[in-house]
Design a protein around this ligand. Structure first.
Ligand code: ADP
Ligand code: MG
Length: 460
């Protein structure tokens, strides 16, 4: 446990409040340099970012740091530090203050060609050992393990998809790390699709297309993370598929991850079918037992035992995202360590409050949603669920069905059952109608906003 993890917890909070693009642009290359007497010093890559942080994000950063440290951080300074972020020294809480230790992990490398090892872009902490298997990722992890034994020969490509923070990157990199451990000569290349795209564009512009090509084709295992980013980028898609074909023909393994299935990324059949050549496997949300198992494993890994009662509170509050689950745990550990106390249930509940707004929506039940909608439109709940198709009832009913689908992700048949035993086609029709109308109908749009607020603020 070190101060860097306080920054990680703060980043976790900032990430939730910013758009993905903004978050990546501004916060990727940052680190916590020092934490002295309530003042945190953040390393930023250049003066431009420094100015921007001071002007635009200061309040948000301070707030997030203050939360992450339970009020210990009272001021934030920014310091330009041109070293790559993984080379920024981090303070280790277990050492006497003022001493710095080098950050764990390899220093950031600028290019594959300069990389002295064969494992470009891999984070050594993402291993199979630290990956907890539950029902939601059983098949994906079995496929990933099978690939380690016979790369390029069974599932090629392996296409993993699932929501944010569910372990796609971890599992993908575990394959890379395991292969390198088994066969150190294997050339492994991991990169984000964003990086692939940017490098491709850069290489074309600067007349280095060949170098780019060679770099991505001279590998035994190519892993591209968040491939959905390629959607709508025609030239990058072409280039990617040329690389893909080249590797596939020579039986080199390809692994891809995405937050959506292949069909939702590519319109062109010619390209789409390639993604589906191998094995497509989804990763779902972890159930309660898996969440507890993950928390227990993380406690063990960090050598910071926490009572089961407290872990239960965490696993009940943070339900749908493993990154958030980990963030909550780190926050608890950081707080207890900074204050030198043992975690108590009350204290932990207080810390978990910042997670409950996002968790609240997940734990709101369909029954609560129906009650909220009935009250909002001022119609009796029994009538909302009843058979009458009067407009004063039909409209709120459709809105309720829309919300159940859109926000709670209830299946159409289950919505039908919840809303007075209707057919699933009725629920589908309601969802389509409201989805379609909400863009033109200002009143409807506002109604949905307000209802969403109400639903998310239901206490957990
Ligand atoms: P994704 O790529 O799907 O957004 P990540 O792979 O980045 O998600 O996972 C988010 C965090 O949760 C990482 O720190 C990862 O180590 C952890 N994590 C995800 N799934 C598991 C799991 N099954 N067991 C242990 N840790 C996990
Ligand atoms: Mg990822």
């Amino acid at each position: 446990m070190n101060y860097q993890e306080v920054w990680q917890a703060a980043l976790g909070e900032l990430e939730l409040t910013l758009s993905r693009a903004n978050f990546t642009t501004w916060f990727k290359q940052t680190g916590l340099l020092a934490l002295d007497d309530g003042a945190a010093t953040i390393a930023v890559p250049n003066t431009f970012t420094k100015t921007w942080f001071e002007k635009k994000y200061h309040a948000a950063i301070l707030k997030a740091l203050s939360h992450a440290s339970s009020g210990s951080v009272k001021n934030v300074l920014y310091q330009v530090d041109a070293r790559p972020v993984s080379a920024v020294p981090i303070m280790d809480a277990n050492r006497p203050t003022g001493r710095f230790t080098a950050a764990a992990g390899a220093p950031a490398r600028t290019s594959f060609a300069q990389d002295p090892t064969n494992a470009f872009g891999l984070n050594p902490k993402y291993t199979f050992d630290s990956f907890i298997v539950g029902k939601q990722n059983e098949m994906a992890s079995a496929a990933a393990k099978a690939i380690v034994d016979r790369p390029g020969q069974i599932y090629n490509p392996l296409f993993l998809y699932g929501g944010v923070g569910l372990g796609k990157t971890h599992l993908m990199q575990a394959v890379g790390n395991a292969i390198i451990a088994r066969l150190p000569q294997t050339r492994v290349l991991y990169c984000t699709c964003e990086r692939f795209t940017n490098e491709f564009i850069q290489s074309v512009r600067s007349g280095h297309a060949k170098e780019f090509r060679d770099q991505y084709r001279n590998v035994d295992l190519l892993m591209i993370d968040d491939i959905q980013f390629i959607a709508g980028k025609k030239e990058t898609q072409e280039e990617f598929f040329n690389t893909f074909n080249h590797l596939h023909q020579s039986n080199k393994q390809i692994i891809l991850t995405s937050d959506r299935p292949p069909k939702a990324i590519l319109a062109e059949e010619r390209l789409l079918s390639r993604l589906e050549w191998g094995l497509t496997s989804d990763i779902g949300q972890p159930d309660f037992e898996t969440r507890i198992a993950i928390l227990e494993a993380k406690c063990k890994e960090k050598n910071f035992p926490i009572d089961r009662e407290i872990l239960t509170a965490v696993a009940t509050t943070v339900t749908s995202n493993i990154r958030e689950l980990e963030g909550a745990l780190i926050k608890i550990m950081a707080n207890c360590q900074l204050r030198n106390i043992k975690p108590s249930v009350d204290f932990v509940k207080q810390i978990l409050q910042s997670f409950s707004s996002s968790a609240g929506k997940r734990s709101t039940t369909p029954k609560q949603v129906l009650a909220i909608v009935a009250e909002y439109f001022d119609v009796p709940l029994v009538e909302l669920l009843g058979a009458s198709r009067e407009k004063r009832l039909a409209h709120p009913r459709q809105v309720a069905m829309y919300i159940l689908r859109q926000e709670l992700k209830v299946s159409y048949p289950a919505i039908g059952v919840e809303v007075g035993g209707r057919d699933h086609t009725t629920a589908m029709h309601a969802f389509d109608k409201v989805s379609h109308n909400k863009d033109e109908d200002l009143k409807l749009k506002q109604d949905l906003e307000v209802l969403k607020e109400k639903i998310y603020s239901v206490s957990v």
